[in-house]
Design a protein around this ligand. Structure first.
Ligand code: HEC
Ligand code: HEC
Length: 457
């Protein structure tokens, strides 16, 4: 099987070599098959494409997975309720379930205009503290706007997203129109937010393949930063969190592992306490919030948190639907030639992990899990741990082509501003300015091939 595939890859390499003349690229680096996630992938391209457990998951862990799936989809209710296990919502919150934002385990989106509420996105906030020269949670609102609340507790504020047009053109003269969000926080319930408040609009990422990313050895990620420094084209760096832990998850790599990420989401997005975050998410100014009844201490037991974590560790990455057409081969070659693969690193290996099924896999996530300066166009102006205002973690690109199938939209980037892969690339700046410009200057057929390649992932 393996030998056969190598042979056919060898053939295609010669073909591509003639087509786009890329003699410097090594074959193994250049050609990726249908399996992006080693032996853990799934052959599926329906709206359920992000919702299956990884191939090869043991029967015992499949049972935990399905329980975790139930927790992920549970609509939490106000305490006290007859369903004691699933009460404890809020007092303030964003949505009543994980899946409300990560719909079908997929990608969230942003409102089309200022009169629509946020559905599957949230706004992080902070204030600049001149004394410590760092961003701090807002004293009256914390570090995230909770735009909903239980009965009798005022929601923190209403988020409005308006869009501004940003025109541009490819070098061949073809015009395009990008859009950039302008965020306002309306109806603040606990005093003025102040005009210095820093905001960061973020959409929910898809939650596939995350156990594999968690299993990439820290030393390998740091080695990527080092080799980028040597090569001198891009300069990714790790985010460092409390206790000097490496950040891996979230748009700015502000979470160290899935357990902490999930407990943070339960607390910050739904208002559920865990042993990791035992306090209700109520800053001192929010008296009604502090006085509201709780749904137990904690509201999510360690056993539930474990199941939820296993679930997010074992959602499968779908296999590619097509991969060996001339256009996709050309697109893949361009992905390397234009410099995309410098950050969207094609191949990583996983190491040790509590879930045996994700150990020692060769994966193609298209990320280095490092932060990069993406320039002023994408900057949110809000630091997050050691991530600067213009820095973002390279997002994995696996599953990108199935977002429209699962979520019925194709909006990309941290704030959902890009309507499709081309707009996402055109927003790249900073360390990725060269790659963006190479794309802007490329002939239309090359641009189409690159986009087709991205949609095949
Ligand atoms: C209000 C919408 C919303 C809800 C509800 C929500 N999330 Fe998220 N989730 C997000 C956003 C936005 C991010 C990115 C956060 C960031 O960049 O700071 C995220 C990130 C994540 C990630 C990391 C993904 C990655 O690729 O780095 C995981 C895992 C996750 N959420 C799990 C959960 C779980 C489990 C729940 C329920 C307990 C949940 N989320 C509830 C919006 C939401
Ligand atoms: C310097 C590192 C770097 C380079 C080079 C780079 N990217 Fe990115 N890419 C990123 C980061 C970081 C983001 C996230 C930015 C954000 O959300 O604001 C991103 C986002 C994206 C997205 C959107 C992903 C999503 O989940 O929303 C696509 C698509 C993409 N890049 C494709 C490309 C292509 C194609 C190229 C080459 C033309 C390229 N990138 C070059 C770092 C890079």
């Amino acid at each position: 099987m393996t030998i056969q595939r190598c042979k056919s890859i060898g053939f295609t390499v010669m073909f591509i070599g003639a087509l786009v003349a890329a003699p410097h690229s090594r074959a193994e680096e250049m050609l990726i098959g249908p399996d992006l996630a080693g032996s853990t992938g799934r052959q599926i391209a329906t709206p359920m494409a992000f919702s299956l457990p990884i191939s090869g998951l043991s029967a015992a862990r499949q049972r935990e997975f399905f329980f975790g799936n139930r927790l992920f989809n549970t609509n939490w209710v106000t305490a006290p309720a007859s369903t004691v296990t699933f009460d404890g919502l809020g007092p303030t919150f964003n949505r009543v379930s994980c899946s409300a934002c990560h719909l079908r385990d997929g990608r969230g989106q942003v409102p089309d205009g200022p009169n629509e509420p946020l559905q599957s996105a949230l706004v992080r906030i902070s204030v600049w503290d001149a004394t410590s020269e760092s961003a701090k949670p807002h004293p009256a609102y914390g570090d995230q706007i909770n735009d909903r609340a239980i009965l009798g507790v005022p929601a923190e504020a209403r988020v409005r997203v308006a869009w501004q047009d940003v025109p541009g053109a490819y070098t061949d003269g073809t015009a395009y129109m990008l859009r950039r969000p302008a965020i306002t926080l309306d109806q603040p319930a606990y005093g003025a937010l102040g005009k210095d408040v820093l905001t960061s609009l973020r959409v929910a990422p898809a939650v596939i393949g995350l156990g594999l990313l968690e299993a990439v050895p820290e030393a390998d990620i740091l080695a990527l930063a080092e080799s980028q420094k040597q090569a001198g084209i891009v300069s990714g760096r790790p985010n460092r969190l409390e206790g000097n832990r490496l950040g891996r998850f979230g748009w700015k790599a502000n979470q160290p592992d899935l357990r902490t990420q999930n407990a943070g989401a339960a607390n910050g997005d739904i208002g559920l306490t865990t042993s990791l975050f035992p306090q209700q998410n109520c800053p001192p100014a929010q008296k009604a919030c502090l006085a509201a009844p709780s749904g137990g201490s904690p509201e999510i037991s360690d056993e539930f948190l474990e199941k939820l974590t296993l679930y997010t560790q074992t959602l499968a990455v779908p296999r590619r639907r097509a991969w060996d057409t001339p256009e996709l081969r050309q697109g893949e070659a361009l992905f390397t030639q234009l410099g995309c693969a410098a950050c969207h690193v094609k191949t990583l290996k996983t190491g040790d992990h509590p879930v045996p099924e994700v150990r020692h896999q060769t994966i193609h996530p298209f990320t280095d899990l490092l932060l990069h300066d993406m320039g002023p166009g994408l900057a949110d102006g809000r630091p997050d741990h050691q991530a600067g205002p213009a820095e973002w973690r390279t997002p994995p690109l696996w599953g990108l082509g199935l977002i429209p199938v699962v979520n019925h939209h194709e909006t990309l980037l941290h704030d959902g501003r890009a309507r499709g892969p081309a707009e996402a690339i055109l927003w790249h700046g900073g360390e990725a300015e060269g790659a963006k410009e190479a794309f802007r200057k490329a002939p239309a057929a090359d641009r189409a091939a690159l986009v087709a390649f991205l949609r095949s992932l």
